[in-house]
Write a protein that binds this ligand. Structure first.
Ligand SMILES: Nc1nc2c(ncn2[C@@H]2O[C@H](COP(=O)(O)OP(=O)(O)OP(=O)(O)O)[C@@H](O)[C@H]2O)c(=O)[nH]1
Ligand SMILES: [Mg+2]
Length: 363
């Protein structure tokens, strides 16, 4: 599983600029989307493990960002989202909605004026609209299928119809699917439709350099309205971050300090998208390689092994596990083993954030 995050937003909101900032890229903002780029997930623990274990190779986890690009026309005119655009959107694990807050006379705003809250509402409405269209189509098909259906198919169709009608009613009340309290079964059924409002959402408010002194208070104010289940909001100066992304780390840090920016926008964005997706990291150290892996919170050892290699899942025997903190205290796996801090866990063990794992398997 790679983690894919789609960048959307109204035309000229700064999507490609923020994409460049995230992937430290130099994509021409005038070029036609989609743009795809991967970044290594910043992970302090990986660095500390590397300094301690001196492996031959270090492999960080990766996140893929896709600057999907709004079709200016469809978003601007408030029509249904175009088909190709939708397919790209429906495949991602989470969405970033870039909202323009910077002022620049030379770049006309698609809606004629700056209004962050209006633009957030517009985007939310578009996503809900697309989900409603999917539901309508499916409901029509269910009606047709019901005409000739016998049990148990009939029962399944009625059940699906009931669930879709419930979701539809909520969407019409402006409640996105990500906020619904669904049972495990319902959540599983819903996942098949790849609904857009079901995806975790990070709203990135793209501010201008002159707004940097107000960034923190603006973020706090907006967050009081937009911090909802599986939805977070941050302010970021896309243009500045894109420029800083081209510098080496220490130079970038220097500039950040000057502008009073506490943490790199890139690192905050990645960290928040991880939190929104419920992702945690575990580490492996076999074959003189220290690697970081991203998995969904709650994943068991068997499926974690499968993420590394299907053979490991198939031939799973057990996992040798130590927490990151314990390993750092012992400074080597052999020392940890002597102290009896390595645990043997079975396939149902729930992997914890920071676990350092050696999988034992047999093929
Ligand atoms: N002044 C200022 N300009 C910005 C900022 N962020 C982006 N821009 C400019 O706004 C224009 C649009 O930015 P893009 O990143 O291309 O926006 P986009 O959302 O990708 O645009 P489309 O893909 O055409 O919809 C570019 O000329 C950017 O340089 C900012 O924070 N301040
Ligand atoms: Mg663009």
């Amino acid at each position: 599983m790679s983690v894919d995050i789609g960048i959307t937003g109204l035309a000229k909101s700064g999507k490609t600029t923020i994409f460049n900032a995230l992937i430290k890229g130099k994509v021409d903002t005038g070029s036609v989307a989609p743009h795809i780029g991967a970044v290594k997930v910043p992970e302090l623990r990986l660095k500390i493990l590397t300094d301690m274990l001196h492996p031959k190779r270090v492999v960080p986890a990766e996140v893929k960002y896709i600057d999907i690009g709004a079709s200016a026309k469809s978003w601007g005119e408030n029509k249904a989202i175009s088909c190709q655009f939708l397919t790209q959107l429906s495949d991602v694990d989470a969405l970033i909605n870039v909202v323009r807050a910077f002022t620049d006379e030379s770049i006309p705003h698609i809606e004629g004026s700056l209004d962050v809250k209006r633009d957030i509402a517009t985007m939310n409405l578009e996503l809900a609209f697309s989900d409603l269209a999917i539901i309508e189509r499916r409901l029509t098909r269910i009606e047709t299928a019901l005409k000739g259906a016998k049990q148990p198919e009939r029962h399944a169709l009625l059940h699906e119809r009931e669930m879709l009608i419930k979701v539809k009613a909520d969407l019409e009340k402006d409640v996105p699917i990500r906020e619904l309290n669904l049972t495990t079964d319902e959540a599983r059924a819903i996942a098949n439709y790849q609904f857009l409002t079901a995806k975790p959402l990070l709203i990135v408010v793209n501010i201008g350099e002159e707004q940097l002194p107000q960034a923190v208070s603006l973020e706090a104010e907006l967050n009081s309205s937009y911090s909802r289940p599986k939805c977070r909001l941050i302010t970021l100066c896309g243009k500045l971050e894109a420029e800083l992304a081209q510098l080496d780390n220490s130079a970038a840090e220097g500039f950040r300090a000057e502008f009073g920016i506490r943490q790199s926008g890139l690192e905050r964005t990645i960290k928040l998208s991880y939190e929104l997706l419920g992702l945690i990291s575990f580490f492996t150290t076999a074959s003189d390689e220290v690697k970081a892996w991203s998995i969904q919170k709650g994943t068991d050892a068997l499926r974690a092994a499968g993420k590394i290699h299907s053979d490991m899942e198939r031939g799973f025997i057990r996992a040798e596990v130590i927490s990151y903190d314990d390993l750092v205290k012992c400074s080597s796996l052999s020392e940890a083993r002597k102290k009896g801090l390595l645990r043997l866990e079975g396939k149902h063990y729930t992997v914890q954030d920071g676990d350092v794992i050696t999988f034992l398997f047999n093929v």
